[in-house]
Design a protein around this ligand. Structure first.
Ligand SMILES: Nc1ncnc2c1ncn2[C@@H]1O[C@H](COP(=O)(O)OP(=O)(O)OP(=O)(O)O)[C@@H](O)[C@H]1O
Ligand SMILES: [Mg+2]
Length: 779
């Protein structure tokens, strides 16, 4: 057998057809490359409207129609000929080329791997002309006909139809398996060009459908970004226009500010209006953003650079997607510096004066000394903002490595029971007595093995325990009411699957609603304007260390450690408005009137202790009236708050404020009662605000109550640290898990702590590293 290394084949020139097909394969690698070339031709022809239709991801059919200046009939024989172009005439023209095309290769390449039909009409032509092409030349449309262009009806502009792409390159066709993927790539190209050419209207659709998958209306670049990426990103964009005469570069950009981030960076780069890719620029900008965004979060950036054509070499890649330009490093530095400066200018929340160090004796100090920077104060230089701590100041930042609470041995006596009274001290509902009746705390981690969410109801079980709790808090709970409520609540086993309360686990099947109600936009705005900038920055950029106990969480920010007690999550209610998922309650629902009556009776008995005042209305009448009021507004409740109430007053669902976070259902009666007494139903904005406040109270984070204080005291007496209820410990661990993985995670994105919060003692700085160094130095 002949050795494969012995080459007996002789050299010969490839036929022109093979050369052309190989060359075509470099320029047209997939349908999206073809559409890019066609769009560029339409834009070069000054089209203001471009419609793209694709079938089978563009492999079966790619059709583009524009209203540009068209092609002269006499030029039609040349259109698909290789190196035939109307855009340059000599090599020197390359230095000033202002069109996308210049090589006269695109249509030629396409005609070597597909069947091409062009219909075109210029302004001065009495009719449109149609011709078919194959392998660079005009061919007859039908057997027996001539190849010459045929007159036909048509508007000024050009239509190009590409059929059976890669029909003669089967391996390439096979490699492009998914037509959906290919169509998405086409859409992506159309989207990017639509953003950069916002004055042009683009439409992209699949063949055989009337509805377009994308349609842009002429407008600003921001409008185009809104149409492609949605309003959430569009409203957080910072516009930049800056020139650098030294480098001869003009930068126009729209980039997201620090309030917005996405999982994967969206980076749209145009150099001299050409859609290109540059890993170096993208990486540098992404790195620059890491100072502003949480870990693993990225920005949206649309960057358009204009530089002297002679400084850019567009001829380095067959698809022209890569370009080379002079002074790349300096240009990158210019881009990053300009964006960084602009971000610092617009983002006041980044400018805060670090707290005075107050912890030389590790004495707890309220956060109030984390001062709000005076508005008029000169802004810190960008260097101050982005400067990372020196190596020696670095402390453990990755909470996943090990949490500090793993070093803390939990002493059962440390886990003080947190009744609603203690846990919600800052809330108006400080006398939420129903919590003491049934303390079924329903915040729990995802069960890692079975993925089933469980609810621990141990404290809701024994009437004796409940009685103990109630008497401790000074609220007497009649056994009758307790048993009534318990019939609505989970049965008395220590660990009850959530399905015993909820028909099925949390779900969010609603379609996203882009809320444009001015009342809600105002309220969200208010959240931001009332926010304490220093605290906002702290919550956004903190690293959660772990739970200190069932109330305080330890978090690190820069070189400081803080302990935080977060109970109020009203902010989530505002962000989720109209887009909550549903928590399905038991299949037959819950009778609202009965629950409200219970709540009223409890309130009355608490208020009238020691007085002989008579109520004007009976609890039953009050409950009836509030239920009627809620039934009347059931459509609103369902649409905006996912609270589904039947005409008969049966409650079927509650909203999901955060995934994997369910409220303490024992507060439900009081919640329903307060919907009647505390919500302002007369005025839209006030209604939404007060309703969200009530939701915030129902969903407030509360540490689980210890089932038995007496047991805890007994444990303390015997000094036996392990004798305390293990279930309660795991219960607290569950609660902490939820805080850490659900609530604090959401805070990074959505929480704008109010200036009010800074005045409360719910966030305390405990350690500042430089201060500790001083202590060690003295030792
Ligand atoms: N939509 C169109 N409207 C008007 N003229 C067009 C259109 N598409 C193509 N042409 C004409 O056909 C010629 C060939 O197009 P083709 O895309 O193959 O080459 P090019 O655009 O000149 O260069 P490149 O290969 O770099 O794209 C163009 O120079 C232009 O004159
Ligand atoms: Mg072209």
């Amino acid at each position: 057998m002949q050795s494969p290394l012995v080459n007996t084949k002789r050299i010969h020139k490839l036929s022109e057809a093979v050369v052309n097909r190989i060359a075509a394969g470099e320029i047209i690698q997939r349908p999206s490359n073809a559409i890019k070339e066609l769009i560029e031709n339409s834009l070069d022809a000054r089209a203001t409207s471009i419609t793209i239709t694709a079938k089978d991801g563009g492999l079966k059919l790619l059709h583009i129609q524009d209203n540009g200046h068209g092609i002269h009939k006499d030029d039609m024989p040349l259109v698909c000929e290789r190196f035939a172009t109307s855009k340059i005439t000599q090599f020197d023209d390359l230095a000033s080329v202002a069109t996308y095309g210049f090589r006269g290769e695109a249509l030629a390449s396409i005609s070597h791997v597909a069947h091409v039909t062009i219909t075109t009409k210029t302004e001065d032509s009495p009719c449109a002309w149609k011709a078919n092409y194959s392998d660079g030349i005009m061919v007859p449309g039908k057997t027996g006909a001539t190849a010459d262009p045929k007159p036909t009806a048509g508007n000024v502009g050009t239509q190009i139809m590409i059929e059976d792409l890669f029909f003669n390159v089967p391996i390439r066709k096979k490699a492009l398996k998914s037509s959906t993927d290919e169509y998405n790539k086409i859409l992506d190209v159309v989207n990017r060009y639509a953003i950069h050419n916002s004055a042009v209207s683009f439409t992209c659709k699949k063949a055989g459908t009337n509805s377009a998958d994308f349609r842009s209306n002429p407008g600003t670049t921001r409008d185009a970004i809104r149409q492609v990426f949605g309003p959430a990103v569009a409203k957080e964009l910072v516009e930049i226009s800056q020139s650098n005469p030294g480098l001869d570069v003009e930068l126009h950009a729209l980039v997201s500010n620090a309030n917005y981030n996405m999982k994967k960076m969206a980076f749209l780069l145009f150099i001299n209006h050409r859609l290109v890719e540059s890993t170096n620029i993208k990486r540098a900008v992404d790195n620059m953003y890491s100072t502003y965004l949480p870990k693993n979060a990225h920005a949206f950036c649309y960057v358009s650079l204009e530089m002297k054509p002679q400084n850019v070499d567009v001829n380095v890649h067959p698809t022209k997607k890569e370009v080379m330009f002079l002074n790349e490093d300096l240009v990158i530095e210019f881009i990053c510096d300009t964006i960084r400066e602009k971000l610092a200018e617009v983002d006041d929340s980044r400018t805060f004066t670090p707290a005075t160090i107050t912890t030389s004796s590790l004495q707890l100090t309220p956060i109030t000394n984390l001062a709000e920077p005076p508005k008029s104060s000169s802004k810190p230089s960008i260097a101050t903002i982005s400067k990372k701590p020196y190596e020696h100041k670095l402390v453990r930042t990755d909470s996943r490595m090990q949490t500090l609470d793993s070093f803390i041995r939990v002493n059962p006596s440390f886990q003080t029971p947190h009744s609603a009274n203690q846990g919600n001290a800052a809330l108006p509902l400080s006398d939420a007595t129903y919590t003491s009746m049934v303390s079924a705390n329903s915040m729990q981690p995802e069960n890692q093995k079975s993925q089933e969410i469980i609810i621990n109801t141990e404290s809701a079980v024994a009437p004796t325990d409940t009685a103990l709790l109630s008497s401790k808090e000074g609220t007497s709970v009649p056994q009758k009411e307790l048993s009534t409520l318990q019939t609505e609540m989970p049965p008395a086993n220590p660990v009850t699957p959530v399905s015993s309360i909820l028909k099925e686990p949390l779900k969010n099947t609603r379609e996203f609603v882009d809320v444009q109600l001015s009342s809600i936009l105002n309220l969200r705005n208010k959240l931001r304007t009332d926010a304490h900038s220093g605290l906002t920055d702290l919550f956004k950029n903190h690293t959660l260390v772990g739970a200190v106990d069932d109330q305080w969480m330890l978090m690190q920010y820069q070189t400081k450690l803080y302990i935080v007690d977060v109970d109020d999550i009203t902010w989530i209610a505002l962000h989720g408005f109209s887009n909550f998922g549903y928590i399905d309650l038991k299949s037959d629902g819950i009778n609202v009137q009965e629950l409200i009556q219970l709540a009223v009776e409890e309130q009355i008995s608490a208020e009238q202790t020691g007085t002989s005042e008579k109520q004007l209305m009976s609890p039953q009448d009050i409950a009836q009236q509030i239920t009627a009021l809620l039934i009347e507004r059931r459509e609103l409740l369902d649409e905006y708050f996912s609270v589904a109430l039947s005409e008969e007053g049966i409650l079927h669902t509650l909203p999901v404020l955060l995934k994997e976070y369910t409220p303490n259902l024992s507060k439900l009666p009081l919640f329903l009662l307060r919907l009647g007494t505390e919500v302002n139903w007369d005025e839209e904005q006030a209604c939404f605000e007060t309703f969200c406040q009530e939701l915030g109270i129902l969903y407030a984070c509360e540490p689980p109550a210890n089932p038995s204080d007496s047991l805890k005291e007994a444990v303390a007496d015997t000094n036996d640290c392990n004798a305390d209820s293990l279930p309660h410990q795991s219960y607290c661990a569950s609660y902490n898990w939820t805080l850490e993985h659900v609530v604090f995670k959401a805070m990074k994105q959505w929480y704008f702590p109010s200036k009010e919060m800074a005045k409360r003692e719910s966030i305390v700085q405990v350690v500042d590293l430089p201060d500790l160094y001083k202590v060690f130095e003295r030792c």
